[in-house]
Design a binder for this molecule. Structure first.
Ligand SMILES: Cc1ncc(Cn2c(C)c(CCOP(=O)(O)OP(=O)(O)O)sc2=O)c(N)n1
Ligand SMILES: [Ca+2]
Length: 527
């Protein structure tokens, strides 16, 4: 008869989840005992790093990822990263070891007290099995819940003495169990949307991360070319849903209530696909929609549909819905939108401006590179100057929680060894999950980290001006030597002060086939 542990590994195996991303404590050791040879354990040195690596791997591979954390303390460390995973609809199965079932109620050392409450509301489901024999059913449910649209993280707390128990014979059937959820628009909904689009004089598309997550970028291009309409990326989108060099692409939509309405005021139909309406940032009073504009919202997430403050929403999976729209809508007879103005050419300065760094990186990066952004004051310049061509070309922290990019870059590079991953990160953000460098070195993950050093929290300086709070004592982060930090974690470091030096450093880093960090002094955000 199989044990609970054996049956659980069989369920993970049959769902293609042969990697465990974790940082263990004593509660987790019975789960890891006799670790199967066909599994890999990816160790992160802190749990926010662990979950970030798993998040990047899951988003870039499209597969569910198993995370194994230590009780409450490990789960608590991972909560910031979980906020990002929740917002990016990442299918993570987060497990944590619980104390021995016989004494949880007396709350001994390492008890995960009220374990299922800890990760809420940042999970779709949170559970602690009531018996050892329920563990395989709980893991099976967790996987299928995480993978059903809208995808998202789930949490299972498991007492450590459960693993050696005998599993129920009938739980073997879970190993081959499949759950398929693929929802298209029903006929009436499709007709209603297609009619509204056909009668629009000046439509605009606003696309979000779920287009990229569902590998529907090419369909979005087909729809935009049929509608001859401009395309914006949704505010603060954590993925790139549309090739940013396409002539119809107009950039990242701004993130204020009134500013968005002003930016879209020329349009009579706003077609939002794969994004919330909208991910506002700084508060602005104003109208949610421009006067005389209709908004149609297609999302895979019932919560996004329900909470939107304006427009009509339909819940469907993004790729099937886009396929239907491409077929159903009539081609517009207008011309394609004009190309955007090309970015301003910046004078060569020392230190370099971020724009110069991005122009050089765009020149030096191989075709189809992947960029992971956490250089918060330079996001707009990055979208203007780097090339995000195909599906899965750009990632950003979906909840804005810093400490995403370094670990996510490691996970993304693990999932996509065929593409070069660049993490472009600020000198402030580089400190939130820098332990990811160690995992990159230990597992020889050839991700390249470019640290943009302006000695300050540039984005906060910008925000202080918007919120008119003046100077505050917590803005500057001078005197950090990232080369020494990188080498301390086993990652080769380079520094670059000119475009040529940056190009050479990238070429040298790529030749090693190992991770590398390039430290770049840059002009500050407000200089
Ligand atoms: C976990 C966490 N802590 C703090 C912040 C607040 N924050 C902070 C501290 C920023 C400054 C980042 O500075 P940087 O050096 O990484 O990049 P820039 O200089 O380009 O802004 S941007 C921002 O939203 C955050 N978003 N997430
Ligand atoms: Ca900075």
């Amino acid at each position: 008869m199989n044990t609970v542990q054996q049956t659980t590994y069989d369920i993970l195996r049959s769902n293609g989840m042969n990697i465990i991303f974790g940082n263990p404590g004593s509660n987790e050791l019975p789960f890891l005992k006799n670790f199967p040879e066909d599994f890999t354990y990816v160790l992160g040195l802190q749990e926010a790093t662990v979950l970030g690596i798993a998040d990047g791997y899951s988003q870039a591979s499209g597969k569910p990822a198993l995370v194994n954390l230590h009780s409450a303390a490990g789960t608590g460390n991972a909560m910031g990263a979980l906020a990002n995973a929740w917002n990016s609809h990442s299918p993570l199965i987060v497990t944590a070891g619980q104390q021995h079932r016989a004494m949880v109620s007396v709350e001994p050392y390492l008890t995960n007290i009220d374990a299922t409450l800890l990760p809420r509301p940042l999970v779709k489901w949170s559970y602690e099995p009531s018996t050892a024999q329920e563990v395989p059913y709980s893991i099976s449910r967790a996987i299928h819940t995480a993978m059903s649209e809208a995808k998202g993280p789930v949490y299972v707390s498991i007492p450590y003495n459960d693993w050696a128990q005998e599993a129920e014979q009938q739980s073997q059937s879970l190993i081959s169990r499949k759950v398929t959820s693929r929802r298209a628009l029903d006929t009436d909904s499709l007709d209603s949307i297609a009619t509204a689009i056909s009668s629009a004089q000046n439509p605009v598309m606003v696309l979000g991360s779920d287009v990229d997550a569902d590998d529907a970028n090419d369909l979005a291009v087909q729809l935009a070319e049929k509608l001859k309409c401009p395309v914006w990326a949704a505010p603060s989108t954590p993925r790139c849903p549309f090739p940013n060099r396409h002539r119809s692409f107009k950039g990242l939509l701004t993130s204020g209530i009134n500013s968005i309405s002003e930016q879209l005021q020329a349009h009579d139909l706003i077609l939002v696909i794969g994004a919330p309406v909208f991910r506002y940032h700084q508060y602005e009073a104003g109208e949610y929609l421009p006067a005389n504009a209709k908004l149609i919202h297609i999302t895979c997430d019932i919560n996004e549909a329900s909470r939107a403050p304006a427009g009509d929403a339909w819940v469907a999976d993004i790729k099937p819905a886009l396929q239907q729209l491409v077929t159903a809508v009539e081609e517009k007879t207008t011309a394609l939108p004009d190309f955007r103005n090309s970015p301003l050419q910046m004078g060569l300065t020392s230190p370099m401006r971020p724009e110069t760094v991005f122009d050089t990186l765009n020149w030096a990066a191989p075709e189809n590179s992947i960029f992971v952004n956490e250089s918060t004051s330079t996001t707009a310049a990055m979208w203007e100057r780097l090339t995000f061509a195909g599906q899965g070309s750009y990632y950003y922290a979906a909840a804005g929680g810093l400490g995403f990019a370094m670990p996510a870059g490691v996970g993304i590079q693990m999932a996509r060894p065929d593409r070069q991953v660049f993490v472009v990160i600020g000198d402030g953000s580089s400190n939130y999950s820098i332990q990811a460098l160690w995992t990159a070195a230990q597992y020889s993950v050839p991700v390249i980290f470019i640290v943009m050093k302006n000695g300050t929290y540039g984005a906060l300086r910008w925000f202080a001006s918007v919120l008119e709070v003046g100077d505050i004592p917590a803005f500057d982060v001078p005197d950090i030597n990232f080369s020494k930090l990188a080498e301390g974690y086993g990652v080769q470091a380079f520094s670059a002060g000119t475009p040529n030096e940056l190009e050479q450093a990238i070429a040298s880093a790529r030749r090693t086939g190992k991770p590398a960090l390039i430290e770049v002094e840059t002009w500050g955000a407000l200089q």
